[in-house]
Design a protein around this ligand. Structure first.
Ligand code: C2E
Ligand code: CA
Ligand code: CA
Ligand code: CA
Length: 277
């Protein structure tokens, strides 16, 4: 938990004590936030390592409660899952993402977005259909959206995860295996799922230039992606040495504080423009 807190503090630039105060989150507040749609989406750029241009963004949920405290997603996502609210939360975040995408499109920026889907939401009846309907209604082509699903989410309820994922993939959405390396999937299991992207967990990226065993894991993860013929993305890139190593290992994309922090939707285009200069 303390690890989650410090990473959240870094991601939001909110002092840690202020977040700690907010640990007392309650269900009533979460329900209210959902009704008022006050959980926001921030976007963290992902950089293409061959061109160093923005390849897309990851949408990350941000909740500032009524006391003005930031509650980390590592706390409120599990709470929403526990109380059957994750489906509603996911769809509310998706609506915001689609609106933001439309705003960017109107300004000529076609930015692919990756959204996280939690383990429990994968098992929700009809989630895939609800997602598909909303995307069609907003007129965004499916291939501009990727769903990130953690390796561990797959084992929660394999048949329904496989059904939801396959349905989304058939419609043309991208599917990313998130936090790759932290679960226990074998090559054989992976090949059963129609993944289009492999996202390597931060724990193998951070510190890899100095540690041989991490470097070996990193290399084998990237090689797995290459063998599966899918895009490889490394998360949590914090140093130039890590970036350099990823490039030399043939990783396709990188994401992390070195490159960009998660930003509110209205700041993203400005950031991209400045980065291109
Ligand atoms: P994740 O999917 O692995 O997301 C990456 C997390 O790493 C984000 O934390 C991001 O802010 C943080 N991060 C990015 N770059 C760096 C870096 O260079 N160093 C470090 N230390 N951290 C970095 P965040 O936003 O607190 O999200 C935590 C987790 O909460 C996410 O992990 C994801 O599993 C979950 N989550 C966030 N938003 C959503 C959502 O909308 N829906 C669902 N279901 N889960 C979400
Ligand atoms: Ca993710
Ligand atoms: Ca991840
Ligand atoms: Ca991770």
């Amino acid at each position: 938990l303390s690890d989650a807190l410090s990473s959240y503090a870094a991601a939001t630039e909110v002092p840690e004590p202020q977040i700690k105060n907010a640990l007392n989150i309650d269900l009533a507040q979460l329900k209210q936030a959902l009704e008022r749609a006050s959980i926001q989406v921030f976007y963290q750029p992902k950089i293409d390592l061959s061109t160093m241009k923005v390849a897309g963004v990851e949408a990350l949920a941000r909740w500032k409660n009524t006391q003005g405290d930031w509650i980390p997603p590592s706390l409120f996502i599990p709470l929403a899952e526990e109380h059957g609210l994750i489906g509603d939360l996911t769809l509310s975040l998706l609506e915001q993402i689609l609106q933001d995408m439309n705003t960017w499109w109107e300004q000529g920026n076609y930015i692919p977005v990756a959204m996280n889907l939690s383990a429990k939401s994968l098992a929700e009846f009809n989630l895939a259909n609800e997602i598909i309907q909303r995307v069609i209604r907003q007129g965004i082509p499916a291939h501009f959206i990727t769903f990130e699903i953690t390796e561990s989410a797959l084992v929660v309820d394999l048949p329904s995860a496989l059904a939801t994922i396959s349905r989304l993939r058939l419609k043309g959405f991208g599917i990313s295996i998130d936090d790759y390396g932290t679960g226990f999937s074998s090559m054989q299991q992976l090949s059963r799922f129609p993944f289009s992207e492999l996202k390597i967990d931060r724990s193998f990226v951070h510190g890899a230039p100095e540690r041989q065993y991490l470097r070996n894991i990193l290399k084998s993860a990237i090689d797995t992606g290459i063998r599966l013929g899918i895009t490889t993305v490394a998360e949590g890139v914090e140093t130039e040495a890590e970036l350099h190593l990823l490039k030399s290992l043939g990783c396709n994309q990188a994401q992390g504080f070195l490159l960009a922090r998660p930003l509110p939707g209205r700041e993203l285009l400005g950031w991209i423009e400045r980065a291109a200069q």
